[in-house]
Each structure stands twice: as C-alpha cells, then as structure tokens.
Design a protein around this ligand. Structure first.
Ligand code: ATP
Ligand code: MG
Length: 437
C-alpha cells in the first residue's frame, strides 16, 4: 500500500498526516466520539474517531480490516514523560468487513483459553500479539542459523521428504501410497545430508522430519523441522561441537538483537550462554546428577527427562553460567548405524546431545566414513547393506572424516521461550490427534 506507515514508525511522524492500515483490534464507543485500536504486524495504535466515523463502523466486528488517514498527535497521558502517539482520524475506509464475532477473544492481554481451543482457532488466535511474537522469535532463530552457516561458506541444501521404504530402520514412520508403491515420509535428512557433505564439504538446511510418535507429549510432534549441518575434514567430535556451539550463540544473538519488542511482550529474558558450554560424558553426567539430587540413574543408557532438566536448568547455570550442556558418548545401542564408535571403547559412540534449557534440543556426532566399517556397522545393527546401496555409494567412492547435527526447531523455540508445550512453539502443529488447521 503506497505511503502506508507501520505503527512502530509513528512516533517519528508526530504532527504529520499519515496512512495506517490494519485490523480493528478493539472499539470503544464513548457516544460523542470513540477510539479504535488498530493493529498491524508491528503493534497497536489508538485512533480517535468522530461521531460520524464511529457511526460508520457500527455493525462491524473486531478484525475488520481498515485503512485510516489521520494526523499523528501526542497521546493524552497522566505521565508527562510518556511519549506515546495516537491518530486523529480524518477518514476511515473499510478494506474488508467482518460481520461475525470472533470465536476467541484476541484483544486481551492473554488469549485465555485451553491449548486445544487456541489451536482449533489458530487462524484467529495467531493474530494475538503474543502468539505472533513466538513465531517472530522462531524466524529470528532460523535467520541466525542461516547467517552463521553462510558465514562459514556452507551450502544450503533442500532435502527430499518422500523416500523409498528403506529408512533408518527402527523408529516409527509414516507410509504413503506412491503410485501403488509404498513410500515413507523421512524421519530425518541424515543420509542425504551426508551425501551432499561429500560434495560441498559443509552443508546445512532446514529439514522436515516426520515421526509416527505413539503418544502426544509436551515435547513431541509428528511433523517438525530440524536445523541441520554436516561438515567434512574435521579432526574430531570437538570440531563438530564447536561449530554447533558457535551456531547456537549466533542464533540467540540474532534473537537478542532483532526481537527486543517480542521478548518484552512475552516477558522472556533469554537464558544465559556463559563462556563455554560444558562437555560431559554420559557416564559423568549421570554421576553429577546422582551427586546433586541423590537420584541414582547411573545404570541407565540414556538421560531421563528429569535428568536433562536438572543438568540444564540447575547444574550448568550454577557451575558454568549457561543453560546449555553437551552430553557425549552415548552407548552404541542407543545410536543409529551411521554414528562412529569410540575407538577407545567400542560399546560407546562419538555422539553427543546438546541439552538446552530443560531438554534435549540437538543430537549429533561423528559419522563412519570408511566403507568397510560402515557395512560392518549396518550388519551389526541387524540391517541389510543392500537396502542402503545409494547411501553406501558415497563411502565406496570416498568421503572425508565428518560429523554434524540436527537441532529441533520447535523444541528449541519451546525451551528458549519457556513454553509448557511444544505445540505452542509450532505454528500449525500435528500430533497423534491433530491434523488441522
Ligand atoms: P527425543 O529423545 O527428545 O525424543 P530423539 O533423540 O528421538 O528425540 P533425534 O532423532 O535425535 O530425536 O532428533 C533430533 C532433534 O529433533 C531432537 O534433539 C529434538 O530437538 C527434535 N525432535 C526429535 N523428535 C521430535 C518430535 N517428535 N517432535 C519435535 N521435535 C523432535
Ligand atoms: Mg536425539
């Protein structure tokens, strides 16, 4: 719209006549005159309406789309230092009339409904400033990720989502009818990511993962995104973790820089980063957990959700001034066939998770880059090398020592913003029950 001014930029236009446009957020009828609160993607502004202008809006509901021409004036306020502005309307034009009452009130401080109602009415509830803010923060995280990876000279790859039936094996997948053949939706971009790394040496991408999770939990979706990277010619796993740590810092720095109003609106202070994310082996992590809480899970092959929470919200902040901790060397039984074994202890792997602000947000590790080793590992996992011919072709014809990671975007957003359920951090979530909107 030509000459339209965004609400955020109005204070600089004090005394000028401007055009603003957006949604009717609220209407206050004071009989002789009235106020319309107008909302655009940058905020809210009060528009002072004459009796006639108020009359012209009679019968229209909130969310009616308006174009207002008016003068930017200082808002009357008891606080002499307040420098908020409002608009004295000269004309009000209806761009899209709304006659129906919205199903959920979105013009209060909070959208005060149950999560299911919030999501059933997503089309409307997403317009609430706090809901909108969540996905601005998410976009900034991705932007920070892309910028960092580009600064490293990595190449962005768009991974396929449809795959033949042979997958990573094990976990649940969705089947799709593909011209009468069976296809699956990818559970991860891992195999393709490695193949392209073998060409570009450093690759990254925002991938889609589909998992037929059996239960809806507060941390699991059936469709989610991963921020992936894979890098070749690394010396060891530390190199991979260092790339990941730098990327994470860049992502949070981008949020801190570009999402000041969103964080303020959401009442979120970004969790501390510290100087260096600690790295602890799984065995040590379980000992630390036992020493700190008295809970003995030292015989477990994995971290429990409670242990992940304690390590990242209690131990790491206290001991290292950060909400992040790398936990490394998971047992070989717990990691997929492409993860390298630890040469010092083949029951363990060169793998890591990054636990951030409450739960696992990343899994990563070193990969097996030698052909024979990879074949042996596939067999040891009870899988058939012939089903991985395309994948194994890269090993056969040479790939460098390499590693990478996959970070759950919605999981990260959830933890950074301290949201109780991952669905709040997902714009159109899918879970066991939900497939709409
Ligand atoms: P978890 O143990 O948390 O169930 P995972 O180890 O099975 O996850 P990975 O295969 O390691 O998952 O996936 C990489 C990342 O993707 C995880 O660290 C997490 O951030 C995210 N993730 C995994 N599964 C889901 C899911 N069902 N919904 C949303 N995000 C997920
Ligand atoms: Mg994992």
């Amino acid at each position: 719209m030509q000459h339209r001014i965004l609400i955020r930029d109005l204070p600089a236009k004090l005394g000028e006549t401007v055009i603003v446009a957006g949604w009717l957020h609220r209407l206050r009828d004071l009989s002789k005159f009235g106020f319309a609160i107008l909302r655009d993607r940058t905020g809210l502004v009060q528009v002072v309406l004459s009796t006639e202008q108020l009359e012209s809006l009679k019968g229209f509901q909130v969310e009616t789309v308006l174009k207002v021409t008016g003068e930017v004036v200082k808002k009357q306020s008891k606080d002499p230092n307040a420098n908020e502005v409002e608009i004295q309307a000269m004309s009000v034009e209806i761009l899209s009339p709304v006659k129906d009452v919205v199903p959920v009130e979105i013009n209060k401080e909070e959208v005060d409904v149950q999560l299911d109602t919030l999501l059933d009415n997503r089309v409307v509830t997403l317009r609430h400033p706090k809901q909108r803010a969540i996905f601005r923060v998410q976009a900034a995280l991705v932007h920070g990720f892309r910028s960092f990876m580009e600064s490293q000279g990595f190449t962005e790859i768009f991974f396929p989502v449809l795959a033949g039936a042979a997958s990573e094996g094990g976990a649940e997948f969705f089947r799709v009818d593909y011209y009468g053949r069976e296809a699956t939706l990818t559970q991860s971009a891992q195999l393709y990511k490695q193949i392209t790394m073998g060409v570009y040496e450093g690759v990254y991408g925002v991938s889609y993962s589909f998992r037929a999770e059996k239960f809806a939990t507060s941390r699991h979706l059936t469709e989610f995104n991963q921020l992936e990277f894979e890098v070749g010619f690394v010396d060891d796993m530390e190199d991979v973790m260092a790339y990941g740590e730098s990327a994470t810092r860049a992502m949070l720095a981008e949020v801190a820089m570009s999402c000041v109003p969103e964080l303020e609106l959401l009442g979120v202070t970004l969790p501390p980063l510290g100087d260096r994310f600690p790295r602890v082996k799984l065995k040590e992590a379980l000992e630390i957990y036992k020493a700190g809480t008295g809970i003995d899970e030292t015989q477990e092959p994995d971290l429990s959700p409670a242990a992940e929470k304690w390590l990242s919200t209690q131990w790491a902040p206290k001991e290292h001034g950060t909400g992040f901790v790398f936990v490394t060397h998971y047992p070989e039984s717990k990691r997929p066939f492409y993860v390298a074994l630890d040469p010092e202890d083949p029951t363990s792997t060169l793998s890591f998770d990054l636990i951030g602000f409450g739960s696992e947000i990343v899994s990563g590790g070193m990969r097996i880059n030698r052909y024979d080793e990879q074949i042996a590992r596939i067999k040891a996992k009870g899988l058939k090398p012939e089903e991985f011919e395309d994948y194994l072709m890269m090993h056969k014809y040479g790939i460098p020592p390499e590693g990478g990671w996959g970070m759950g975007l919605q999981r990260l957003t959830q933890n950074v913003l301290g949201l109780a359920n991952i669905k709040e951090a997902t714009i159109f979530p899918r879970d066991v029950q939900r497939l709409r909107p």
